[in-house]
Design a protein. Structure first.
Length: 282
């Protein structure tokens, strides 16, 4: 039996650089792993099964962790199965890549359990077959993710800081939000190069001032802008929606200010969660 942590991610930027004929968008994103993680337990057994503490999550092959396990076991020609237990901590439909993180953890965990029969490069391909963000979740840390999210360039780690998450009561579907994107209506793009330079210079302010997510303008929920305003009013250095939402986060250099904001938001009933960037996930 092994236990493994499946780390969530935030987007420091999300740029939409094109649309393919099949409807998928070409992206350019700076992604960052954070400490918040689901806990995955893997136990050898005859068949594949998924159990989770969230009743509404599917446990069959609609669960991305199940699909990851099936693809891995097929890859190594195994006739045995695996029991996957997921203790969900990452809000579902939050843009924090929770499902992708679970799939990544299952692939990395199974490879370790079976004595590393699959190369990391091949494991990344299997991850991509599960979902576009899975290769990033397997790599972790700080990366530029291009294409559908699978073309990864490892970047220097984000400078130390505190990340305060605000989770609206509603989930957002990634597919639905991308379906609302109108390329003609994107009139501002993030300064991705500027963020990368700031990472190289360990310049947190240079990162903070450049946070930008092209999807924010297409989310038909006023709460996103409202939560960003709240974070900025509570001394966040910068605030942004992650991925396709609905979670909004604030960056704080000062732990004191982050804690004060957290307390205030908790009193308002907003379910804040304080976390931090991590540079190594597996
Ligand atoms: P992303 O930012 O990668 O789009 P997200 O955080 O917005 O992800 P997730 O929480 O990963 O969204 O998952 C959204 C959908 O995936 C839900 O409809 C959920 O039912 C389905 N799903 C399948 N497997 C899982 C899993 N292991 N954990 C969470 N959601 C899962």
């Amino acid at each position: 039996m092994i236990k493994i942590r499946a780390h969530a991610k935030i987007n420091l930027s999300l740029d939409i650089v094109g649309k393919r004929e099949n409807g998928y968008h070409d992206l350019s994103m700076v992604m960052q792993s954070i400490r918040l993680a689901d806990e995955i337990t893997l136990k050898p057994q005859k068949d594949i099964s998924v159990q989770s503490d969230l009743k509404f999550l599917p446990c069959d092959d609609r669960n991305i962790a199940y699909r990851a396990a099936r693809l891995f076991l097929e890859e190594i020609g195994s006739v045995s199965g695996i029991g996957i237990q997921i203790k969900k901590q990452i809000p579902v439909g939050g843009g924090l890549g929770g499902g992708s993180a679970d799939a990544a953890a299952v692939l990395m965990g199974l490879n370790r359990m079976f004595g590393f029969p699959v190369s990391f490069e091949r494991l990344l391909e299997i991850g991509l077959a599960c979902g576009a963000d899975v290769p990033f979740c397997m790599t972790g840390g700080t990366c530029l993710a291009e294409g559908l999210g699978e073309k990864l360039t490892v970047l220097p780690p984000m400078p130390n800081c505190h990340i305060l998450l605000l989770r609206p009561q509603f989930p957002l579907s990634t597919k639905k939000i991308f379906g609302l994107v109108d390329m003609q209506k994107i009139n501002f793009h993030p300064d991705t190069k500027g963020i990368i330079n700031a990472l190289h210079n360990r310049d947190l302010e240079g990162i903070s001032v450049r946070l930008f997510n092209c999807l924010e303008d297409f989310v038909p929920r006023p709460e996103i802008a409202e939560y960003k305003r709240l974070l900025l009013a509570e001394n966040a250095d910068a605030a942004l929606m992650t991925g396709s939402g609905s979670v909004v986060y604030g960056i704080y250099r000062s732990l004191e200010k982050a804690n004060a904001a957290k307390e205030k938001f908790a009193k308002m009933g907003l379910r804040p969660y304080l976390t931090a960037p991590v540079s190594k996930v597996f």
